[in-house]
Design a protein around this ligand. Structure first.
Ligand code: FAD
Length: 430
């Protein structure tokens, strides 16, 4: 990340409809604090807010502006649990680890809802999301998924078999769906802006346009930007896929991935209700999944695909519009007003990476495409471990962080080959 070029927010519908936020000056000079957080996305701001609530002096360094990364650009879907589900965790890591992670699988969702209520955050929260099956194998998977989540305490699930899914999605071609009434969707940029304001209301400080350029381990840790330095007793690294080159230890075992979203012009009420009658957010079950929902002003916000390595495609509309029209051909004449890209961080086992370097530099990253809820949980767990309650943080930190085959050079082409294989299986319904 360059220390000199100011980074502008993505030209997204979120940026165009963001709540007012204050100008936050860059860091200058040398300051000290208990905890310095690097990155003002959900992970960083969630950690900062939890720590400030405990009375600690917390400062946030943000390379661009609050919500500049994936947190201010994503699909806004409140998806419960993790990118790798509990059955795989049970099989690979045993009952004890599975129970520990399963006990927390729905907590991120609750944290978000508590934040919105406690700090009166205006971010268009709506209840309900669903997973749409594209073939019989996926529907079978959804039935198993329902039984699994119920075992871990989610009793808000409803399976819609056959055409019954059309109660929620007026599209052809799905074989069924699983509704999670406890999920939902929201305006993610306004959520993180609201959480940042809550943090500041407790005395927290955010320095925007202040990319961290070097970190000197020690006690205190010294974090330098182009114009200043922070001396901090402890650090939270929350740069996720946008962190480039500052701490190579955090970058070798994960891969940035781009995904793109388009937003239509506002649709007439009856047209919008004709697509998603009850306003649910939808994601399909394909390996390279499509996800969509309505906004508060009746735009259809549609995202899809993954490009490994995170390079932005030249023409996002040309890439995503055909996917949208495949689901809703009736929108062929609808204008696309916004198109943007964002980068999330994928791990090989699709489980997040939590850990600590040198005893006082904590990190959480790599939610592998489903990070709205888990990033909020991560912030709470970091605040717990800093108070000496390490059990729940360690349940994640003890998971292995596996390197991608091919290393930094070949991980992108090798992953593309793997994705092609799974995509072909999805297409053939295997
Ligand atoms: C297009 C898209 C759609 C998605 N849709 C969904 C969805 O619907 N539901 C879901 O659950 N998940 C979704 N995700 C994933 C989710 O958005 C992320 O997992 C989550 O937002 C990660 O939050 P974060 O705070 O860890 O990282 P980010 O939000 O990426 O924040 C990292 C921050 O660190 C800053 N930073 C980086 N390096 C430095 C540095 N050197 N100095 C200072 N600051 C630095 C960046 O500028 C950035 O602001 C989506 C992701 C994308 C990209």
């Amino acid at each position: 990340m360059s220390a000199t070029t100011p980074l502008e927010p993505a030209a997204s519908w979120y940026a165009a409809s963001a709540n007012a936020a204050p100008e936050r000056p860059p860091l200058s000079g040398v300051v000290s604090c208990d905890v310095c957080v690097v990155g003002a996305g959900f992970t960083g701001i969630s950690a900062a807010l939890h720590l400030a609530e405990q009375g600690l002096k917390v400062m946030v360094l943000e390379a661009a502006c609050v919500g500049y990364g994936a947190s201010g650009r994503n699909g806004g879907q409140i998806v419960n649990s993790y990118s790798r589900d509990m059955d795989v965790i049970e099989a690979r890591f045993g009952a004890r680890t599975a129970q520990a992670l399963g006990d927390m699988a729905f907590e991120g969702n609750r944290i978000i809802r508590d934040r919105i209520a406690d700090y009166a955050i205006d971010c268009d929260l709506r209840d309900g999301n669903l997973f749409a099956a594209c073939n019989a194998r996926q529907l079978k998977g959804l039935k198993e998924h329902k039984a699994l989540w119920e075992r871990y305490g989610n009793t808000s699930l409803e399976l819609l078999e056959g055409d019954a899914y059309q109660r929620e999605v007026s599209a052809e071609g799905y074989t069924g769906a699983l509704v999670d009434h406890s999920g939902g969707h929201l305006h993610p940029l306004n959520l993180v802006l609201g959480e940042a304001a809550a943090f500041e209301s407790l005395g927290g400080v955010i320095f925007e346009h202040s990319p961290l350029v070097s970190l000197e381990h020690g006690s205190p840790v010294v974090l330098r930007t182009a114009a200043g330095a922070i001396r901090a007793e402890r650090v939270v690294m929350a740069g996720n896929a946008y962190l480039h080159g500052v701490l190579p230890e955090l970058e070798g075992k994960s891969m940035p991935c781009g995904t793109q979203i388009i937003a239509t012009e506002p649709l007439a009420d009856d047209v919008a209700r004709g697509l998603l009658p009850n306003g649910m957010a939808v994601e399909d079950c394909n390996y390279l999944l499509d996800y969509y929902r309505l906004t508060r002003d009746n735009r259809l916000l549609f995202g899809g695909g993954v490009n490994y390595g995170g390079e932005d495609p030249a023409d996002i509309k040309a890439l995503i519009r055909p996917k949208l029209l495949k689901v809703f051909p009736q929108l062929a004449s609808v204008r696309i007003d916004y198109a943007w890209s964002g980068t999330f961080l994928m791990t090989l086992n699709r489980l997040p990476q939590f850990g600590v370097l040198n005893d006082n530099v904590y990190y959480a990253q790599g939610y592998s495409g489903h990070g709205v809820t888990c990033s909020h949980l991560a912030g709470r767990l970091i605040s717990e471990v800093m108070r000496g309650r390490e059990g729940r943080f360690d349940a994640f930190a003890n998971l292995p962080h596996l390197p991608f085959p091919g290393g930094r050079l070949l991980r992108v082409p090798l992953s593309a080959v793997g994705a092609w294989y799974y995509q072909t299986r999805d297409r053939l319904g295997l």
